[in-house]
Design a protein around this ligand. Structure first.
Ligand SMILES: [Cu+2]
Length: 280
């Protein structure tokens, strides 16, 4: 078998040798590869495209993105530079043949180990952050977000701090959000049929997400938080607004022809302004 590969390699070498390759072609390719690495790192450092200033407690999500950049960036640079080294270091020379190696257990063990370690380093911190993201602290306010083709609605508890239940099977012409009418917790709930929502600065809030029709995704970039809204399920996360301002709410799942129009605003108000809005 080895002999066959040697003959094939030799044949390939002769073919390459006879072709009219520009002599500096391989060196040129090596230089281009190195420039790609330098350009990519420079673009990452000096690019004006960066995340918007954060407005919630989830700065740890920014840290996760940075970790992902570091790990994937390191692997990207290592692979491309290794390629450049191979292209340049083993460029066409006087009767240079590639050595055929059927397998190399030691090398495969190293590569499998390093790949597994990198994948774990990428995933494990994210899972820990995810656990915090969905572990709602005691005494957190609740806000229910309803998504439909193509508008947002909200429900907030007023005095008792508790929301009534909702069920998509109850959706009808008179009850478009499927709110359970007999629920004692729901009697004083405020339903807001508008795309805009107000939240109080520094007050932790659990965002309970419901879709009354297809898949949607409630996304506010400044919160570093978004989650799929699946019809019939009640996914949630929590956050604490940390900055007064007005931020865009986007739908981050293609939900039909009006997907681009499924937008809204979330206003972070000082406590007094928030109370005024809630009770007006
Ligand atoms: Cu959408």
């Amino acid at each position: 078998m080895d002999v066959v590969f040697r003959i094939l390699s030799d044949f390939r070498f002769r073919l390459i040798n006879r072709s009219r390759l520009w002599k500096g072609q391989q060196s040129g390719t090596g230089i281009v590869l190195v420039l790609i690495v330098i350009g990519s790192i420079g673009f990452h450092i000096f690019s004006p495209w960066w995340w918007t200033p954060i407005a919630s407690n989830w700065s740890v999500i920014d840290d996760m993105i940075s970790v992902t950049f570091w790990i994937t960036g390191f692997v990207f640079a290592a692979v491309i530079l290794f390629m450049a080294y191979c292209v340049f270091g083993f460029r066409r020379g006087k009767r240079r043949l590639a050595a055929y190696q059927s397998e190399n257990n030691k090398l495969e063990l190293w590569l499998t180990g390093l790949t597994s370690l990198s994948a774990a380093a990428l995933l494990a911190p994210g899972l820990m952050v995810w656990f915090k993201f969905v572990t709602v602290p005691e005494g957190t306010d609740e806000v229910e977000v309803f998504a439909q083709q193509w508008s947002w609605s909200y429900r907030l508890p007023e005095k008792d701090g508790k929301l009534g239940t909702a069920d998509n099977r109850l959706i009808s012409y008179d009850n478009p959000l499927g709110i359970t009418s007999g629920d004692p917790n729901g009697q004083d709930d405020v339903v807001i049929k508008a795309d805009d929502l107000h939240l109080a600065l520094g007050r932790q809030v659990k965002m309970l997400l419901r879709s009354v029709d297809v898949l949607h995704d409630y996304c506010v970039s400044e919160f570093r938080a978004n989650l799929d809204m699946v019809s019939g399920m009640s996914p949630y996360f929590w956050l604490e607004p940390t900055r007064i301002g007005t931020f865009d709410i986007l739908c981050a799942d293609l939900c039909g022809t009006g997907h681009g129009a499924l937008r809204g605003m979330v206003m972070i108000d000082p406590e007094d302004d928030y109370q005024t809005w809630l009770f007006e």
